[in-house]
Write a protein that binds this ligand. Structure first.
Ligand code: FES
Length: 157
């Protein structure tokens, strides 16, 4: 059974506060979830934010308060996650927007958090993935062997 969408996701900047979808589960029940445009995963695992290991703290309050203040909760989910993998680059953040993955490193300050939310909101306004802005470019790194925005390889083999 395919999912039944109750409201159509806007391809534009229009907010879709009730973009709910019914998902059939393996047991045959129908569960309701919200379709979203993006997801921000803030690593707070074994290294990111671990001040006892010498890493800077994760600015958790900024992540949470900006997320609420900007009113994007129903369109972009925020998760404070366990280890995302590239520990030497702590503090790591993964932004997923409409399937494109943007990995960021050395994210320690509330100012950087604001810049990341500004970037996410610019993609929300555009209704599509946008390249990483200049103010975040030096924190951007490739994690996969393909570019999730273009589906092109990132490394020559
Ligand atoms: S603890 Fe953050 S990437 Fe491993």
């Amino acid at each position: 059974m395919s999912p039944r969408i109750r409201s159509v996701q806007s391809p534009s900047s229009e907010p879709c506060p009730n973009n709910l979808i019914d998902i059939p589960t393996p047991s045959g029940e129908i569960k309701e979830i919200r379709h979203q445009e993006g997801h921000i995963l803030v690593c707070q695992g074994c290294c990111c934010g671990n001040t006892e290991k010498g890493f800077p703290a994760v600015p958790l309050q900024a992540w949470k308060s900006e997320w609420k203040a900007r009113g994007i909760r129903k369109r972009v989910h925020l998760t404070i996650a366990g280890c995302l993998g590239p520990c030497p680059l702590a503090n790591v953040v993964l932004v997923i927007f409409r399937g494109a993955c943007v990995w960021l490193q050395a994210i320690h300050s509330p100012r950087q958090v604001q810049q990341i939310y500004d970037y996410v909101e610019s993609m929300m306004s555009a209704g599509r993935y946008l390249p990483v802005p200049m103010n975040l470019e030096k924190f951007h790194f490739t994690r996969y062997d393909f570019d999730t925005a273009s589906c092109e390889p990132t490394l020559s083999r």
